[in-house]
Design a protein. Structure first.
Length: 406
């Protein structure tokens, strides 16, 4: 079978596993505290070394991996961090560093992607599926790599995600789709047909009602609906979209929900090691899946954490392969506590604060986040009061600033 070769290609040696440090256990809005043990986990660090570290526990165990890596666009993406801004005036937006998608060459990009795909293959269960999300920049090269790693016979679908939006292109057709390559670990893969059925178009129903010859004599179960084709239309997360977080290249929840429902089971393990704004772990948690999610970007991990907290999901663990805050410090906070009412008051209000949380029984080792406050996506005001689910014995506060300290 043909293979893809570049100047530095070699079967990669197993990346030295990183030492994962448990930073905190998060009980979103106090849910499950103190009895519930976290099953899902969020990781900060290079996913190559993180996946290598996870092999010991998770090799051959994951139902599904969704991978949305950099696309080889050679761009630097910024994150919107302002609140209450006019979305029609991008020149006035408050921006911070998002993530870099820049490579010296295609060889360098493939050298980045290749070993990560190999580790994803090892982590998948025999019935597991990988969905690799790319666009026109590199999807053709990635497909050849996946044929090599997974086997050409384990290719299932080339899914086209179609969307609308403005474009600066003037001498070509506007590029308005991404490609999602679906590969399985083996022939007996999990696919929940009924979980992804959708209603037939009204015109199709009308056609079958009016003519017995419609469909060449084959009459589908119109009430049950159909399995979607391999082209999907979902609107992008636009500037005024209710899901918008400000994190660049954010994917819509409906897109990832279809992938999750098709290729995983309730209670099963799923993963996204390029989690970005956190859409996949959020959808996974809502549907009762246990997730492993990670990113090398401090801002991505913070955005994911606060989305999970805001949604009130089950408890999860937060790990880091380096210090959680690039500066080594979070904003200095002072507070008052009303024991009878179990309320904590932050003072003075800090304009640079994006998120703060409380451990009411700090043991000097592991931070257990029991109550959290966050700055709303469309408001500059963060709550300065939190109600604890239990009486405090030894309060400790942690906080995240608006701007990335790196």
């Amino acid at each position: 079978m043909p293979s893809l070769v570049w100047s530095t290609k070699a079967l990669p040696k197993l990346q030295q596993p990183t030492e994962l440090t448990l930073q905190a256990v998060i009980y979103p809005q106090g849910i499950g505290y103190p009895e519930a043990q976290p099953e899902s986990a969020l990781y900060l660090g290079d996913n190559l070394s993180i996946m290598a570290a996870l092999l010991e526990q998770f090799e051959g165990r994951l139902d599904l991996i969704y991978a949305d890596p950099p696309f080889f666009t050679n761009r630097q993406y910024a994150a919107r961090i302002g609140r209450g801004e006019d979305s029609r005036r991008p020149a006035e937006w408050q921006l911070a560093e998002g993530y870099a998608d820049h490579w010296d060459s295609l060889d360098a990009y493939l050298e980045f992607l290749y070993p990560r795909l190999i580790l994803m293959h090892r982590l998948l269960a025999p019935h597991g599926t990988l969905y690799l999300h790319l666009d026109w920049h590199a999807n053709s090269y990635a497909r050849i790599l996946l044929d090599e790693i997974f086997g050409r016979k384990n290719f299932v679908n080339e899914i086209i995600w179609v969307y609308h939006g403005p474009s600066a292109i003037r001498r070509a057709f506007n590029r308005k789709h991404d490609t999602i390559l679906m590969y399985t670990k083996g022939p007996d893969y999990l696919f929940n047909t009924d979980a992804v059925r959708q209603a037939y178009d009204p015109s199709t129903i009308k056609t079958f009602a009016s003519s017995p010859r419609a469909g060449f004599g084959k009459v589908p179960d119109l009430a049950r609906g159909k399995v979607p084709e391999d082209w999907w239309y979902f609107p992008v997360v636009a500037r005024l979209h209710r899901e918008r977080t400000g994190y660049p290249t954010q994917k819509p929840e409906a897109l990832l929900e279809r992938i999750l429902l098709a290729s995983s089971s309730p209670g099963g393990w799923v993963a996204d090691f390029f989690c970005g704004s956190g859409t996949f772990p959020l959808v996974a948690a809502r549907h009762g899946r246990r997730f492993l999610a990670g990113d090398a970007s401090w801002r991505a991990v913070h955005t994911t954490r606060r989305r999970l907290v805001e949604a009130g999901v089950r408890p999860f663990a937060l790990y880091a392969s380096r210090a959680m805050y690039a500066s080594g410090e979070s904003p200095s906070l002072t507070y008052d506590y009303l024991p009878g009412e179990k309320r904590v008051f932050l003072h003075p209000p800090l304009p640079e604060l994006d998120y703060w949380e409380v451990d009411p029984a700090w043991d000097g080792r592991l931070f257990r986040s029991v109550a959290q406050a966050w700055r709303p996506w469309r408001s500059p005001q963060i709550p300065t009061e939190l109600t604890l689910p239990v009486e405090a014995t030894n309060i400790r506060l942690q906080a995240v600033p608006v701007r990335d300290a790196s």
